[in-house]
Design a protein around this ligand. Sequence first.
Ligand SMILES: NC(=O)c1ccc[n+]([C@@H]2O[C@H](COP(=O)([O-])OP(=O)(O)OC[C@H]3O[C@@H](n4cnc5c(N)ncnc54)[C@H](OP(=O)(O)O)[C@@H]3O)[C@@H](O)[C@H]2O)c1
Length: 331
Amino acid sequence: MTNYRALYIREDDNGDFTQSIVNRDTSDLPENDVLIKVQFSSLNFKDAMAAHGNRGVTREFPHQGGIDAAGVVEQSASDAFKPGDKVVVTGYDLGMNTPGGLAGYIRVPAAWILPCPRGLAGKRSMQFGTAGLTAQLCINKLTQMGLTPDRGQVLVTGATGGVGSIAVALLANAGFEVVASSGKAQQTQWLKDIGASEVIDRAELSEFNKRPMLKERFAGAVDVVGGDTLGNVIKSLKAGGSVACCGLVQSPAFDATVLPFILRGVNLLGVDSVEIPLSEKQAAWKQLGRCAKLPAIALINTEISLKKVPEALANLFAGGVTGHTLVKIGR
Ligand SMILES: NC(=O)c1ccc[n+]([C@@H]2O[C@H](COP(=O)([O-])OP(=O)(O)OC[C@H]3O[C@@H](n4cnc5c(N)ncnc54)[C@H](OP(=O)(O)O)[C@@H]3O)[C@@H](O)[C@H]2O)c1
């Protein structure tokens, strides 16, 4: 039994949710194959949803949050891992209904764990975290549909967020001309510094437009926003273009007609970073490992300690964060 510190989300008698850093014990963790001492985690919109009581993410409280983790194996009942192995865990049920990585320890099934990807030791894997993995999976779907830099501009919505900012950096590094859509006009220069060629106000895309199609503009798009923004993105794709849809910060619902699909042959591509096979995650992590030293990745990340997480999650939930937040777990 080992004591550790963890982000703990509680529901009070009024149905309100509070987040605090508490002492827990490894004996509190579920009976799974591998005990991991967590060194780094990161903050994601889904963590903020769980912290604010979203039952679609976490059914029961109190709950130890954190949907990703990088650390070192301490005990293993699986032949696949031994004490001392450096590992990464993202998605599946981590931080949803299984105690998560914003904590000193997790105990998870071996089937959720990847050896630390090459080039991503220490904090580097969690500088990408779930956000980076998702951005890479979005880009892969777009390129599998034939997107190449010569086809034209690629839009990224929610561009100052975790997924959005890493998508901007990875796309720019791959030679794409990136248009960043953001609600934070004050971050225009920052978006250009991480790789955007052009920055547009997200208000240009966020209102419902009753026209079934808009001017052809983007060869591809990474959309984290959903809602009417996604509807407008689909209507603004060039013929044969694609949008990778991975998020819902504006809304999970949107109005659409079939017209852009049947008149322009555009593609709506769903991206899930959570339940896909581990081998697909591993392939994407390998790609991220080649981008570990991009200066934009350092620029995108802010490192905080575990004790700052409750405040940072409130800020993230309110849409106030720029970039990606790396969390050093410490002792
Ligand atoms: N499918 C998957 O596997 C997967 C994986 C990871 C994340 N996601 C989803 O992707 C989305 C983004 O996650 P994240 O961790 O990157 O979140 P995040 O860091 O909070 O970024 C979201 C960004 O969206 C923009 N935004 C916020 N509220 C908005 C609104 N009402 N309308 C339009 N734009 C708004 C903001 O950027 P600007 O101020 O620059 O506009 C914000 O920074 C979430 O919905 C998350 O659940 C899905």
